[in-house]
Design a binder for this molecule. Structure first.
Ligand code: TPP
Ligand code: MG
Length: 330
């Protein structure tokens, strides 16, 4: 990576380091969740590991005080950047009453937080896409200046909702940005058995919008594309489809054994391109991250993750009767 690229993209040194802090925080929370799961303390993990650069790079290109996001289950980097805290994520993992996503009712990683404009998602993949298109339609109808941003996996781009949502967005030129996080697998199904076209972004053409494929391990490259897409959206030029290429470092979830369908050598190879390492090196080479700063960042993040874990572990469960809440009008 060429030095000081962030400056030519309009990012301050502080913002460039902040991107790194968010990526690392997401990674560290995720790693802790796996330990808690294996220790029998939390029931389920579905990881962001390997996708943090795409998620955080994209989020920093949005207006994090105005735009709406419809994330999918791996998007810990997106929801952290939009204001959800480590503590809130842990409360969700432990299914505690204070979990802002669902009060401990939903599976973990089914994000939703009104105050941070994070749309609640349901389990059938890609249902969030038409929702995000609807939010963009609302922006148009109410003449408001915000964009809506939606993410999904590449396997999920084969669902009907993808076609219906993007076609509608294209016809009406709505301010919605779709980012497909292509991590090469849909559970056990490799990319070549999911998608017949060379790139998922090739599909944009049939919806009358630009489609780009970007290196999802490079947060600045993703930032640049999403920023451009947001400018288009705000100028009334309509939607954009972005495909961010990365790799899923963990098994699909804590209930999956990926040794059944991929070689560990392939995983190890992908980890050589880990954005946490390459982006830290970029910041070091640009002279804006020193060893001392890195040490301080890691110490702070460790403390944040420890505090969040302890708080959530000791927090109260919801009352059993509360499971009946919000089923009918309430
Ligand atoms: C409509 C629907 N079909 C199947 C599932 C089960 N399922 C959950 S995640 C997943 C794989 C999705 O793969 P991809 O879109 O590539 O996202 P990734 O998990 O790789 O990030 C499947 C099949 C589901 N949740 N919803
Ligand atoms: Mg995938």
């Amino acid at each position: 990576m060429a030095k000081n690229r962030h400056q030519s993209l309009g990012l301050t040194d502080e913002q460039a380091v902040d991107i790194y802090k968010h990526m690392l925080l997401a990674r560290k929370i995720d790693e802790r969740m796996w330990l808690l799961n294996r220790a029998g303390k939390i029931p389920f993990v579905i990881s962001c590991q390997g996708q943090e650069a795409s998620q955080v790079g994209a989020s920093f290109a949005l207006d994090r005080n105005e735009d709406y996001v419809a994330p999918y289950y791996r998007d810990m980097g997106v929801v952290l950047a939009f204001g959800m805290t480590a503590k809130e994520l842990m409360l969700s993992a432990f299914a505690k009453a204070e979990d802002p996503n669902s009060g401990g009712r939903q599976m973990p990683s089914h994000f939703g937080q009104k105050k941070n404009r994070i749309l609640s998602q349901s389990s059938p993949v890609t249902t969030q896409l038409p929702h995000a298109v609807g939010v963009a339609l609302a922006a148009r109808m109410e003449k408001k200046n915000f964009a809506s941003f939606v993410t999904l996996g590449e396997g999920s781009s084969n669902q009907g909702d993808f076609h219906e949502g993007l076609n509608f967005a294209g016809v009406h030129k709505l301010p919605v940005i779709t980012m497909v996080e292509n991590n090469k697998y849909a559970i056990s199904v490799p990319l070549e058995k999911q998608v017949a076209s060379s790139n998922v972004s090739d599909r944009a053409q049939s919806y009358g919008m630009p489609g780009v494929t970007v290196d999802g391990n490079d947060p600045l490259a993703v930032y640049e594309e999403v920023k451009h897409a947001r400018e288009r959206a705000m100028n009334g030029e309509g939607p954009t489809l972005i495909e961010a290429l990365s790799y899923r470092f963990t098994a699909h979830s804590s209930d999956d054994d990926d040794r059944q369908y991929r070689e560990s050598a392939e995983v190890e190879d992908a980890k050589k391109k880990d954005a946490i390492i390459s982006y830290a090196a970029y910041l070091q080479e640009s002279g804006i991250l020193t060893d001392d700063m890195e040490e301080e960042i890691r110490t702070d993040i460790d403390a944040t993750v420890n505090e969040a874990t302890d708080y959530a572990e000791n927090a109260a469960y919801p009352e059993p009767e509360s499971a009946l809440k919000y089923v009918y009008e309430e």
